[in-house]
Structures are given as structure tokens and as C-alpha cells.
Design a protein around this ligand. Structure first.
Ligand SMILES: O=P(O)(O)OC[C@H]1O[C@@H](O)[C@H](O)[C@@H]1O
Length: 151
């Protein structure tokens, strides 16, 4: 099997709510096939839950350095994105195609890919993840701007 990802030192953190549960399973299957390490912070079924409960688990893991990157999936993506961006170590970006995911990482140094699960196909999710985890922050003028984000 051709490796699609470079192996990462730290596991990728995953979080979802009920609306993102199936897509998270799809992502885990992709990572399992690729031998990519991850930690699943839940939820673990399609039963209705509150996205902040799981978003904060992922955010805390990033703040503590257990994970350095993550993926979160809910219905619109906004709930998780708002929750995750309350964490000091997180720059979460709501992305719905691979071009946006590319710039979120290369220009904005995003470390969490937030996915609006009800509005994207599995193929789009696959493209976004491949792009997000295979490109790097460009630094330079973007570093100055990212530094200015923090209040
Ligand atoms: O399934 P219900 O509870 O209607 O709505 C949950 C979704 O509403 C939005 O906040 C989030 O995207 C979350 O996934």
C-alpha cells in the first residue's frame, strides 16, 4: 500500500458529536489503513450529545501536548470550531474543501481541521485530510499575522 501520510510523532486527536460520528468512523478507517496513530476523544455512538463536551477533551489534549493536531466533526462544524478556539494551543479552521484546508494550514498555521459533516462528501473529507496533513505552515509574513491573533 502506498503511504499517503508521513508518520507523525504524536497521535492525531479526533472528536465528533452524534452528527459527525459516522464520518469520524470513516476517518479512523482511513488512518487504520495507513497505520496512522490517533486518539479518539469521542463521542462513540450516534446518540445525541453536546459538542463542547468532546471539543474540550480534544482541546485539553492539545493544550497539554498529548496531541499536536486534530480533527473535529459535527453537523455544521461551527460548534466545534468555536469550542476548540477557546483553547490556547488550538487554531481550529472550519474547512469544506481541500483548497481551504491547504490555506488554513499553510497561511493560518491551523492545527485542527474542523469539518461540517452534513455538508461534505466522504471524497471531499478524504481530500481535505490528505491536504491538511501533508502541507506545512509557510511562516514569513503569515507568522507575523498568526502571532497577532493572540490577545
Ligand atoms: O443534531 P442537533 O442536536 O439538531 O444539532 C447538533 C448540531 O448543531 C450544531 O450546533 C452542531 O453542528 C451540531 O452538530
Amino acid at each position: 500500500m502506498t503511504p499517503l501520510f508521513t508518520q507523525r510523532e504524536k497521535p492525531i486527536g479526533l472528536a465528533c458529536d452524534h452528527a459527525g460520528f459516522e464520518l469520524k468512523q470513516y476517518i479512523k478507517d482511513m488512518f487504520d489503513e495507513q497505520g496512522l496513530k490517533y486518539i479518539d476523544f469521542g463521542t462513540h455512538s450516534g446518540e445525541s450529545v453536546d459538542y463542547p463536551d468532546f471539543g474540550h477533551r480534544l482541546g485539553n489534549a492539545i493544550d497539554k501536548g498529548i496531541c499536536d493536531m486534530g480533527i473535529a466533526v459535527c453537523s455544521t462544524g461551527n460548534g466545534f470550531n468555536m469550542t476548540l478556539n477557546r483553547h490556547k494551543g488550538v487554531r481550529a479552521a472550519l474547512c469544506w474543501n481541500s483548497r481551504i484546508a491547504y490555506y488554513a494550514r499553510t497561511h493560518n498555521a491551523a492545527n485542527v481541521l474542523t469539518i461540517p459533516g452534513s455538508f461534505v462528501s466522504e471524497a471531499e473529507v478524504c481530500d481535505m485530510i490528505l491536504t491538511f496533513f501533508n502541507c506545512k505552515f509557510e511562516g514569513g509574513r503569515h507568522a507575523r499575522r498568526v502571532e497577532k491573533i493572540v490577545l
